[in-house]
Every structure is written in structure tokens, then in C-alpha cells.
Design a protein. Structure first.
Ligand code: ADP
Length: 270
């Protein structure tokens, strides 16, 4: 069998990631972790969920395995498969199996995107059995107390087809994330990009304007991530209007009328 890639140091986060807490999420995650409970992180894209996971992995001194789920992701992609190489068959662990073996924190990002059969392997790991069924190997992998399962999803995007089932969600301790409140978001933008407080405050104001357009033509407003992108361009000498256009408006929409409206908002501010 192939050695678990997590026996290397690469999944350990050695330096403290910059993370500003927005509520009690650190204490709740720690308590869930100590009790072997899996965690569900809800919230819009770009609001700090992945950064939080990196921070918690650093804080709990566990390796972090992140899987970005997509609509082709199957249970075998998570658990592992037999590969034939040079006439020989060998088993290769998938990221979830590696994480269980290494006692890592496994973060399945945007879980509802994955194929339905992935739930078959997640459910027994996410209740008090804490086992990973490896059907193809006829093996049940038991998770050690260090292992932690965390999943994320964005309630804003879900259609009936892509909602999390009660049988799944009722296995998790849930943490709700949202964009940080204005003063904190300003601080994050400053710290992440190097722009001054005044510029960061304007960007946060601009974000609030775009978030108000949600539902009237925009699927989502500007996330904290997009603000940081725009701020980084500005810190590198791009004008604020151009930075907002490229890093924010174009990222949010392809619709010309909407782009004009968003550009007018930024022109009024900068
Ligand atoms: P998500 O996983 O929710 O899509 P990320 O965690 O990737 O979003 O956040 C996007 C970016 O926003 C991060 O790279 C970071 O620059 C910034 N960010 C958002 N929230 C925070 C926070 N609470 N503390 C520090 N940085 C944050």
C-alpha cells in the first residue's frame, strides 16, 4: 500500500495564520473537536471559512486536508482506489482515508457539490461510530480522537436538489459565518493588503453597496476575499476605480447593465 502522504510535514501549518474571530467560533470548534463531534460551517463564499480552518488546524496542531468538492467527486475519490501500474495492483488512499489515518482535520469544502454516494462514507464518520467504510478493501478504518471532520456549504446557493439533507446536517455542530462587521472587515483588508485605513474603509463601504444588490440582479455581493484582492491591486499602484472594476465588478457579474451600475457605485466613492 502506498504510504500516506500525510506522514510528511507538508500538511502541518507551522506559522500562525492571520485570523480575526468574529464570535465564539474558536471556542465552539475546540469544544466540538475535544468531543469528537464533526463541524458544519455555513456561509457565503469568501467570508473566512477556509482561513478559519487553517487557523484551527494550526491551533490544534493537526495536519489539515482540504478537499474542494465538485460535481464529479465520488466516494472513491475520497476513500481511495486500486491503481494498476506495471502489471501490479496497488491501493492508493484518497484524501479522506489519509486524513483519518493521520488523525488530521479533513475539511470538505462545498460538500453539496459532491456526488450523492459520498454521503455513504461521510455519515459513519460523522456520528459516534467514527469509522470510514473502505468497501473496496473490505476494511473499516476507525478514526482516532485526533481526527476531525469539517464540511462547509453556502446556504445562499442551494437549490432543492442541492440542499444538505437532514440526515446529514443533523450529525454536525453548525457554525454560521458571514462577512465580518464593517470595522473588523476594514482591519482585515488593511492587514491582508497593506492599504491604509481610509482606503480599506472605502472598500468596505463599497462592498456593503454591492451586498445590497443581492437579489436584484446579483447572486452575491462582494466578499471579503474580493475586497482583499482589490486592495492588493491598489497597494500595487492600480487606481481604486480600475481595481474595483477588475477585482470586484467583473468577478461578480457578466451582465453589462449590472457592471455599469457597480462601476458607478465605485466611481461615486473613489
Ligand atoms: P471562504 O473559505 O469562506 O470562501 P476564505 O477563508 O478563503 O473564504 O477567505 C477569503 C479571504 O478573506 C482570506 O484569504 C482572508 O484574506 C480574508 N478573510 C476573511 N475573513 C477573515 C478573518 N476573519 N480573518 C482574517 N482574514 C479573513
Amino acid at each position: 500500500m502506498q504510504a500516506s502522504p500525510l506522514q510528511t510535514e507538508e500538511n502541518f501549518i507551522s506559522e500562525e495564520p492571520y485570523y480575526e474571530a468574529t464570535g465564539q467560533e474558536i471556542a465552539i470548534f475546540e469544544a466540538a473537536y475535544q468531543n469528537g463531534l464533526p463541524v458544519l460551517i455555513k456561509g457565503p463564499t469568501g467570508c473566512g471559512k477556509s482561513r478559519f480552518m487553517e487557523y484551527m488546524a494550526w491551533r490544534l496542531k493537526r495536519p489539515l486536508v482540504t478537499v474542494s468538492c465538485h460535481d464529479d467527486l465520488t466516494a472513491s475519490d475520497l476513500v481511495g482506489r486500486y491503481l494498476i501500474k506495471g502489471g501490479e495492483t496497488s491501493w492508493v488512499d484518497g484524501p479522506l482515508a489519509s486524513a483519518v489515518r493521520a488523525g488530521a482535520i479533513c475539511y470538505l469544502d462545498e460538500i453539496v457539490e459532491a456526488r450523492k454516494d459520498t454521503m455513504v462514507v461521510i455519515h459513519p464518520l460523522a456520528d459516534d461510530r467514527r469509522v470510514l467504510p473502505m468497501e473496496k478493501r473490505g476494511e473499516l478504518l476507525r478514526a482516532t480522537p485526533e481526527f476531525c471532520l469539517a464540511i462547509s456549504y453556502n446556504p445562499g446557493y442551494q437549490s432543492v436538489l442541492k440542499d444538505l439533507k437532514q440526515s446529514t446536517r443533523q450529525r454536525f455542530v453548525a457554525l454560521e459565518f458571514d462577512y465580518p462587521e464593517a470595522a473588523l472587515e476594514q482591519q482585515i483588508v488593511e492587514k491582508e493588503s497593506g492599504v491604509d485605513g481610509e482606503m480599506a474603509a472605502k472598500l468596505v463601504k463599497f462592498a456593503a453597496m454591492t451586498r445590497n444588490l443581492k437579489g436584484s440582479g446579483l447572486e452575491e455581493g462582494a466578499s471579503t476575499r474580493l475586497l482583499v484582492h482589490a486592495a492588493k491591486l491598489i497597494a500595487s499602484g492600480v487606481t481604486p476605480v480600475d481595481a474595483c472594476h477588475s477585482a470586484i465588478a467583473q468577478a461578480l457579474s457578466d451582465d453589462h447593465e449590472m457592471l455599469t451600475a457597480i462601476n458607478e457605485l465605485s466611481a461615486s466613492l473613489f
